[in-house]
Design a binder for this molecule. Structure first.
Ligand SMILES: [Zn+2]
Ligand SMILES: [Zn+2]
Length: 421
């Protein structure tokens, strides 16, 4: 019987893993540059954390979570997102007593029982950053800068649009919800079933409903962005000034409200021009730390979907640039050649740690070894057999030009030859 992988999961290897590593390396590099520290939290948490932290009326909590009772009868949930877990950890470990603002980044797998789409899996990975302890728009801007720097570094900034919006504070939102409710009252009967439920439970989310008939009813709907209080208005315009000053391109999209309940003020999304879907987003969530039992702490963060970034990079033929090509392949024939060859390979690896070095470990025929070397895009092949050992030489073949040369059999000569060619 063959056992296959679960629906919505994937194995990552070969060319794909190179793209993942490429993004991950850039994440680590950029996080370090911005002085953001890494945090790793558990893959499963108490179900209660997400009920309270994400909101039990959201699609994530009401429909998509992997929740089960463990053998001790505790209700456990595989994390459907990472912010709630990071906030739980912030509170539990008393991180508010560390110097603030505290900047943390994470990468990890998350789990949602979702309908499958392009670039969407049930086990998926996100990279995110959270900043705790700053109520300033400068912290909002910093999260945008970290994420947009990553997109630029991996070569995706031309393919992705940053859309920003403000959904106000609890005060202007309360006022706006009243206005929106009045506007929708005579129209809600013509709208989709989800919107009918949202009307009573999560009315803001009606604004970004994708249904045709809802769009039609929403044509003249008031936007929260046009109903902000003076403080929120100033905050939003300050943020825009910072972004403009930093030459971060953005558009204002009044329809962005984000799917999660905990956001306030700044919200943003990165939309792929090609796929027309969000590859990530973020926003401010000043109420979440206290909602989860911690001290009142302003916070802002974002998450980018790794799977979608990988998908976009794949379509850009990034592999040519990042493929791990072999610099020197050692084609070895016979036991003595293997002993000498192994020694040379180790010396070269130690002395020239930028070289990628590979060599025969299965006693293949000469033809098979050269074929393997060429499949690994080896630049040079160093051939050593008994004849070469007897003459104290090796043959170096430039795989691109086909030119072969005999050189003295020692590591210094090989390094000199490779460096000069
Ligand atoms: Zn406000
Ligand atoms: Zn709808």
């Amino acid at each position: 019987m063959n056992i296959s992988k679960q629906k919505g999961t994937k194995d990552i290897y070969s060319d794909d893993i190179l793209i993942w590593q490429f993004i991950e390396e850039n994440i680590r590099k950029i996080a370090k540059k911005f002085n953001v520290g890494e945090i790793r939290t558990p893959v499963f948490e108490a179900t209660e954390l997400y009920m309270r932290g994400v909101g039990d009326e959201t699609d994530i909590v009401s429909k998509e979570m992997y929740t089960f009772l463990d053998k001790g009868d505790r209700s456990i949930t595989l994390r459907p997102e990472l912010t709630a877990g990071v906030v739980r950890s912030y509170i539990e470990n008393g991180m508010n007593s560390l110097p603030q603002p505290l900047k943390l980044w994470y990468i990890g797998n998350m789990y949602r029982y979702e309908k499958m789409q392009k670039g969407r899996y049930r086990e998926f990975a996100q990279f995110g950053t959270e900043i705790f302890g700053s109520a300033s728009y400068l912290a909002d801007a910093e999260t945008i800068l970290v994420s947009s720097t990553l997109l630029k570094e991996i070569g995706l900034s031309d393919d992705i649009v940053l859309s920003i919006n403000s959904i106000g504070c609890s005060e202007c939102r309360k006022k706006y919800i009243g206005i929106l409710r009045e506007y929708l009252k005579p129209r809600i009967d013509n709208m989709c079933d989800s919107c009918k439920v949202r009307y009573n439970k999560n009315i803001l989310r009606i604004i970004d409903c994708k249904e045709e008939k809802c769009n039609h009813e929403l044509k003249d709907a008031p936007y929260i962005t046009d109903n902000l209080c003076d403080d929120c208005k100033e905050d939003f315009s300050n943020l825009q000034n910072v972004l403009t000053n930093l030459k971060v391109e953005y558009v204002i999209d009044k329809k962005i409200v984000r799917g999660l309940d905990y956001y306030n003020k700044t919200v943003y999304e990165y939309i792929s021009k090609d796929l027309g879907i969000a590859v990530g987003g973020g926003g401010r969530y000043d109420g979440l730390v206290s909602t989860l039992g911690g001290p009142n702490t302003p916070a802002v963060g974002f998450a980018l979907g790794m799977d979608r970034l990988v998908l976009l990079l794949k379509e850009k033929n990034i592999l040519e640039k990042i493929k791990n090509n072999v610099d020197i392949y050692f084609a070895l024939f016979g036991d003595t050649a293997h002993l000498i060859g192994n020694n040379l390979m180790q010396t070269l690896r130690n002395e020239k740690n930028i070289y990628v070095i590979d060599g025969d470990i299965s006693n293949k025929s000469p033809k098979a070894q050269l074929k393997y070397a060429s499949s690994k895009n080896a630049k040079f092949v160093c051939i050593i057999g008994q004849d070469e050992i007897d003459k104290n030489i090796c043959i170096i073949k430039n795989m691109e030009t086909g030119i072969q040369e005999n050189i003295n059999l020692n590591s210094e000569n090989i390094i000199k030859y490779i460096d000069n060619n």
